[in-house]
Design a protein around this ligand. Structure first.
Ligand code: PAF
Length: 288
């Protein structure tokens, strides 16, 4: 496994390996868990070469504190990727990615206006810029993203479509703990009591989806109140948003008629977690 810290090393590796071979790419911010590794495994299965990037991208953090708190676990990450037989890890410094004088931003329009876009100003601009830069550097055939960050997946897909990038974006299912909690690097910030409270996010999303089965003319107001009441039970946690959106366009739905994507962001204590469930038919619920 090659570890490239400089763009030039990455490019030399690619020059030698690329011709006629498919290259799968998994961009990450490190602190790797089974969710990331599921993307790596999928890429390994579908491509001759797999490259993973680890870069905690300062431009996508709307809050400096969150950027500082973001766990760095370089040596453990490298070990995990070695075990998966990844071919290349791109591990650039901030200076390598954003050299002095860097001025470009990338903005995807409508898709970034609601859900996380409303509460994290500038977040998706930061994501689009780094993903586009990484795509240009790595030039993968396929790129793998987890559906927990469903809005991010849609934004990347739209960017790829609008700019005619020759890359296949592959959305991959959410990986969950047995209790349903979606895997996230942020879960390690939870105390054991908070961890227990966090498991209610998926549970409550599922109940909302189940309510569609048992009640006719269910209103969004009712479902939203149900979700909020469950999560904010003891006043310690806060629902930032809970929405029912069109799974393709992420536009808010006026009526609860499947297909529906229920998407939520919840503060469990001081940790912000997101999750979603997809309802294709009233009795057909996916965990992502
Ligand atoms: O999902 C993430 O980890 C990040 O947003 C990404 C795609 C690696 C861009 O920094």
């Amino acid at each position: 496994m090659l570890i490239a810290k400089k763009i030039i090393d990455l490019q030399n590796f690619l020059k030698n390996k690329r011709a006629h071979h498919s290259l799968g790419f998994v961009p990450t911010m490190g602190d790797l868990h089974e969710g990331h590794l599921s993307l790596v495994k999928r890429s390994k299965k579908e491509n001759i070469f797999t490259a993973v990037s680890i870069f905690v991208n300062p431009k996508q953090f709307d809050c400096k504190e969150d950027f500082k708190k973001y766990k760095r676990n370089e040596s453990k990450d490298i070990e995990k990727l070695r075990k998966e037989n990844v071919d290349l890890v791109f591990l650039p410094s901030a200076q390598e990615i954003y050299p002095k004088g860097f001025q470009t931003s990338v903005e995807v329009g409508g898709l970034t206006k609601n859900l996380c876009g409303t509460f994290r100003p500038g977040h998706f601009k930061g994501v689009a810029a780094i993903v586009l830069k990484l795509f240009n550097l790595v030039q993968p055939d396929k790129a793998y993203f987890g559906l927990k960050d469903v809005q991010q997946v849609k934004v990347v897909e739209q960017m790829v479509k609008d700019l005619n990038l020759p890359i296949h974006v592959i959305p991959c299912p959410i990986v969950r703990e047995q209790n349903g909690l979606a895997l996230s690097s942020r879960n390690s910030r939870l105390s054991s009591e908070e961890y227990f409270r966090a498991t209610k996010i998926f549970f409550s999303l599922r109940v909302c989806a189940d309510l569609l089965k048992s009640r006719r003319n269910l209103s969004l107001k009712f479902v939203r109140e149900y979700f909020r009441n469950h999560l904010e039970l003891q006043g310690r946690d806060k629902v930032e948003y809970f929405e029912a959106v069109d799974p393709e366009t992420l536009v808010f739905l006026k009526k609860l008629k499947p297909p529906i994507l229920f998407a939520a962001a919840v503060w469990i204590g001081k940790t912000r977690l997101i999750d979603n469930v997809l309802v294709l038919k009233p009795h057909h619920v996916y965990g992502g």
